[in-house]
Write a protein that binds this ligand. Structure first.
Ligand code: AMP
Length: 429
């Protein structure tokens, strides 16, 4: 009886491998992100994936979906409560305080890239492990900082190839205007609670602003006529928002005011925004962010205004695929394949490979294979322009066969001339 095959183990729900063929698009996005952010003076920071649970409870806030339902929490053997980061901002604020960045010249501009974890219901563009590019500016309370962040984000998406984007934007005011607004929301929703979903009934008690951007049809109908935060802004918040919109007008960034945009996390003040595509196939936010003027203080630092954004890389890839965005080919696509036959040729081919690699010629080989036919098949599959064939006889005579993969023409060349010859011929391809 054949031995029973062990059941294969699957990846965790909502978490994906990024396969070799997808690496090119990932590198492309990350390189673009790094390059544009560094041009604007942002410094890269890597923070740990695990943080103390109370970092997120204190910043994002209890009563939010992220903290109440979506955190991956664990308890260490030593009894510490840790959480896989559900976002970057709180970690960056912690790092800003922990490393005394308040003493650095301001504004302090930081960016980071990496995985974040949210225990949501995986569907469409929603994953449980996804990657964000994240950008923050500390120590600039002016709307110029909000505008810079939004402008950079739109430029980045444009350079990535996602052209027709627009900004949904709102101001939710600061501490001084919030209480009046919350009261108005309570007065509005209280008599309408029968019409909203069960989650929104809980939100009414815990996080009423989240009722505004609930996606349920019934809730959307109710929130349509809900009081608008803009009507409750004090004069400073109003001016801040007005100036920000003027900056965006001047920079030619398209935006729409969305009075239902609240963004669900407790720490936001004044500006909140999301970037969307005008293409109807892309029915999710590409990126989002806002201002958080009290968070540094809340987490134990000095009062420091700040604003930032996060862009989901998997969502960007989905959008690029939907829009059929073409990205430049990898420089590392092998232009030359090295095939060998016989023991001596096998030994010599390692040295020849290294010589070609060091000369910057994109090359691949399959050192262990014996059949020329199968090696040529691989060369074809890889799209190599030339195959170098090193057989027993050639290895002994100091020659190598150069095969043009398109015409199948073959000629003998001296081993010492091979780098020069390949260089010359690749120029014509
Ligand atoms: P947020 O921190 O929720 O504003 O998310 C910022 C960005 O991360 C969003 O605009 C999306 O691009 C992306 N994102 C958020 N949640 C998910 C998720 N569950 N799966 C994939 N991408 C996400």
């Amino acid at each position: 009886m054949p031995k029973k095959k062990a059941a294969p183990i699957q990846s965790v729900k909502g978490m994906h491998d990024v396969l070799p063929e997808e690496q090119l698009i990932w590198d492309f996005i990350i390189k673009k992100g790094r390059s544009i952010l560094e041009d604007y003076g942002f410094l890269k920071i890597d923070s740990p994936i695990l943080e103390q649970t109370n970092l997120f409870e204190r910043s994002i806030g209890e009563g939010t979906d992220v903290v109440d339902k979506e955190m991956f929490n664990l308890k260490t053997k030593g009894g510490d409560n840790l959480t896989l980061r559900p976002e970057f901002t709180a970690s960056f604020v912690r790092a800003y305080i922990e490393h005394g960045m308040s003493a650095w010249p301001h504004p302090v501009k930081l960016y980071g890239i990496g995985p974040v974890f949210r225990y949501g219901q995986p569907q469409g563009g929603r994953l449980r492990q996804f990657n964000q590019l994240n950008s923050e500016i500390f120590g600039d309370e002016t709307p110029a900082a909000d505008a810079e962040q939004i402008f950079i984000l739109c430029k980045l998406l444009n350079e990535i190839g996602i052209k027709n984007t627009y900004v949904k934007i709102n101001s939710i005011g600061d501490k001084s205007c919030r209480s009046g607004y919350i009261k108005a929301l309570k007065d509005y929703y209280r008599p309408r609670l029968k019409k909203v979903c069960p989650t929104c009934k809980t939100r009414f008690k815990k996080n009423i602003m989240r009722m505004l951007d609930c996606g349920e049809e019934g809730c959307r109908a109710v929130s349509e006529s809900a009081p608008q935060a803009l009507d409750y802004l004090d004069i400073e918040c109003k001016n801040h928002f007005k100036l920000l919109l003027e900056f965006l007008d001047e920079a030619g960034v398209p935006y729409i005011l969305d009075h239902r945009l609240a963004r669900g996390l407790d720490y936001y003040t004044r500006t909140v925004f999301e970037i969307w595509s005008e293409d109807e196939q892309i029915n999710f936010a590409l990126a989002g962010g806002g201002r958080y003027d009290y968070l540094v203080e809340l987490l134990g630092g000095y009062k420091t205004s700040a604003c930032g954004w996060a862009m989901g890389i998997e969502r960007i890839i989905l959008a690029m695929k939907a829009l059929e965005v073409k990205i430049p080919e990898s420089k590392h696509n092998p232009k030359v394949f090295l095939a060998q036959l016989g023991d001596l040729a096998k030994k010599k081919s390692l040295v020849l490979f290294e010589e070609l690699r060091k000369s910057g010629i994109p090359i691949q080989a399959s050192f262990g294979r014996d059949s020329i036919k199968s090696q040529l098949r691989i060369a074809n599959k890889l799209g190599a322009f030339f195959t170098l064939i090193l057989g027993q006889r050639e290895a002994l005579d100091g020659n190598v066969i150069l095969r043009d993969m398109e015409s199948s023409a073959q000629e003998l060349i001296r081993l010492e001339d091979v780098v020069e010859e390949i260089r010359k011929r690749l120029k014509d391809k």
